[in-house]
Design a protein around this ligand. Structure first.
Ligand code: SF4
Length: 478
């Protein structure tokens, strides 16, 4: 087997959406274990054309991989692929991730700059392609042969995440310009809406990095493309898998040795917290901070464990609605994570305040407006709950207007709402890859025709945006 340099380009939109994807970390680690050298180049805050040209000249790769997991990169991936081909037409351009799997044929019809799309889990197919450079020998892919679209079914999926890694003893050899990447503060998430009011904008912490814990989700939130529905229909994998605790701890040690102060953990598809209790215990002697996003309501045990295992912690909880009624209804229909009442939510927050206030620990709460079946009354309950949070726990919200968020519901490809809009009384305003491409192109000019990409039959897109703006103003003034 010969070594072939492979470059991964992580797209961004200006200084946003440029966090390196977990998929790239896993792929890079997997290739390295199999003797293939690679480098991840993050294009956030950079002159894309200039950087892509320079990095190709520097590394001389035979294969370039571009992440198209998040639909927000629809415009950028086409542009990046074009620059790669212009710089060296012999380089094979491969894309992968959730959105590329979903739109495989449409993307290959749209641009000739992309040679191959890897669908579903990419580790083994990418390795096979790098070695053989023969699509016929590779599973899970789509490509064009003599102008004809060829789609091979998604037959490979990872049954286990053992022996993988999302870190390296020298992170510079995994992520290009690592020191700059890790030290630069950037926007982690934001909501592009056609309004001068920013309804969501969260920055990364200094020296924060993803800790790769697992993949997949067993929940089925109606708005989520990575839900059980989205994953099983697109990735042919409807279950979630954890990495062994010991492997994750090894990664955390490597990250700490490379200057990481804060671990970012956004995973938790089970109600059983025993995995995290064990993991946090093992991480406790590393003297690190953590940003933890549990996907359910964290128990008192896990909150206590956070406080004893980390120097400082930030916790982000997503009740999605402040209305018990609406959450119960969505759960009952099978389109939300586990139900918990507002009373239980308040008890958890009491616990966070009890163990975290004295050390300045912070809380983020994420709500949405425009959810299916949300009434005006439900929305007002969300607002009322949020205002009470700001007033009752001022110590947990250094910047309440940034930490209490009510994001307008947006369309995500492959989500239950995208697949079955009628079931949710919704109407899609975007469907094709070209629609997403145009939307992402408009993000740059700020003239976005359909910021959300969907609306309810009984609640227009503009009215949902109005709710989000109303929420932000009320939180600011509360
Ligand atoms: S918990 Fe819900 S929002 Fe989070 S990944 Fe799973 S389905 Fe998506």
């Amino acid at each position: 087997m010969s070594n072939i340099d492979t470059l991964f380009f992580q797209p961004a939109v200006g200084n946003q959406y440029g966090i390196v994807s977990l998929g790239f970390l896993s792929l890079s680690g997997y290739l390295r274990k199999n003797g293939i050298d690679s480098r991840i180049v993050v294009l956030v805050d950079k002159d894309m054309e200039d950087t892509v040209e320079k990095k190709i000249c520097q590394f001389r790769p035979k294969i370039v991989c571009i992440s198209f997991h998040w639909y927000i990169h629809a415009y950028e991936i086409v542009k990046i692929a074009g620059v790669v081909k212009k710089t060296d037409p012999n380089i094979k351009v491969v894309i992968g991730g959730h959105s590329s799997t979903y739109f495989d044929k449409q993307i290959l019809d749209f641009t000739s700059s992309i040679d191959l799309i890897i669908k579903g889990d990419g580790e083994k197919p990418l390795l096979e392609y790098i070695i053989s450079q023969n699509p016929q020998k590779v599973e899970n892919i789509s490509f064009k042969k003599n102008g004809e679209f060829v789609s091979k079914p998604v037959t490979y999926h990872q049954a286990t995440l053992e022996n993988l890694t999302g870190a390296h003893e020298n992170m510079n050899e995994m992520i290009d310009e690592w020191d700059k990447y890790i030290k630069t503060k950037r926007v982690r998430t934001s909501a592009p809406i056609a309004s001068s009011t920013i309804v969501e904008e969260v920055e990364t912490r200094p020296s924060e990095f993803y800790l790769y814990v697992g993949k997949g989700c067993g929940f089925n939130c109606c708005f989520c493309g990575s839900s059980k529905t989205g994953n099983s229909r697109i990735f042919n994998r409807g279950v979630s898998v954890y990495r062994p605790v010991e492997d994750v701890v090894k990664d955390a040690v490597l990250l700490k040795n490379n200057g990481v102060d804060s671990l970012f953990i956004d995973f938790g598809p089970f109600s059983d917290e025993s995995y995290f209790l064990k993991l946090f215990d093992k991480l406790s002697n590393l003297d690190l901070n953590v940003v933890y996003l549990p996907w359910n309501l964290p128990s008192n045990d896990i909150i206590s464990k956070l406080s004893t295992s980390f120097s400082d912690f930030e916790i982000q909880i997503s009740p999605d609605s402040g209305s018990d009624r609406l959450r119960k209804d969505l759960c009952h229909r099978g389109f939300h994570r586990e139900f918990y009442s507002n009373d239980l939510l308040k008890k958890s927050i009491d616990k966070i305040a009890e163990v975290g206030s004295s050390r300045g620990s912070q809380l983020f709460l994420w709500f949405m407006c425009g959810l299916p079946f949300e009434s005006e009354e439900d929305y007002l309950k969300t607002l009322k709950l949020s205002v009470s949070m700001k007033k009752n726990y001022p110590q947990l919200f250094n910047s309440a207007q940034d930490q209490l968020n009510c994001v307008p519901l947006r369309l995500t490809p492959g989500s239950p709402i995208d697949l079955w809009p009628d079931k949710f009384n919704m109407r899609k305003l975007r469907s094709s890859f070209k629609d997403y491409y145009e939307y992402c192109k408009d993000l740059i000019s700020g003239k976005i025709e359909h910021p959300l990409g969907l609306e309810r039959n009984d609640l227009s897109e503009a009215e949902v945006v109005k709710r989000a703006v109303h929420y932000k103003e009320n939180i600011l003034n509360a």
